[in-house]
Design a protein around this ligand. Structure first.
Ligand code: 4NP
Length: 151
């Protein structure tokens, strides 16, 4: 299984999703690849946001090996599952898909917890208090990913 986590900047939400997912993959002894990307290019090459690094560290995860990169159309071939954090990430990815097979790989990540509800992982970039909430949402969603695809 190859999983890609996608948000807008690839510095706040999707690096946390990548770190949490990688940790659970290791815990379960799975041979899965996990990466993350942003639909935007502003932060390419940068470390995750300090607030994401901090909340990850609070939960025992080190995400400082990550560097932001931009989502590209070829990711729709390279990955089996592509999880969008919100509706705008989802639409941006779907717009780049070339066929139904590619589109079927893309899902809003919180639909793993509440299927079909299209709940968004709120963008915490402009405030200071959203990071723990984002962590908890992604932790629940990643647990469901393991449950669903670990067979
Ligand atoms: P992310 O958060 O998509 O969770 O990485 C953001 C980071 C940067 C910006 C927006 C959202 N920005 O506009 O620079």
């Amino acid at each position: 299984m190859k999983i890609l986590m996608v948000c807008l900047g690839n510095i706040c939400r999707s690096p946390l999703a990548e770190g949490i997912m990688k940790h659970k993959v290791l815990e379960h002894g799975l041979d899965w690849q996990v990466d993350s990307a942003g639909t935007g290019s502003w932060h390419v090459g940068k470390l995750p946001d300090e607030r994401s690094i901090d909340v990850a560290q609070t939960h025992g995860l080190d995400i400082t090996d990550q560097r932001a990169r931009q989502f590209q159309a070829s990711d729709l071939d390279r990955y089996d599952l592509i999880f969008a954090m919100d509706a705008s990430n989802y639409q941006d990815i779907i717009r780049m898909a070339s066929d139904e097979g590619q589109k079927s790989k893309v899902e809003m990540i919180m639909n793993m917890v509440q299927p079909g509800m299209n709940q968004v992982v709120p963008d915490p970039y402009w405030g200071d208090d959203g990071f723990e909430n984002v962590y908890q949402m992604l932790d629940a969603a990643c647990a469901k990913v393991i449950e669903k695809y670990n067979s």
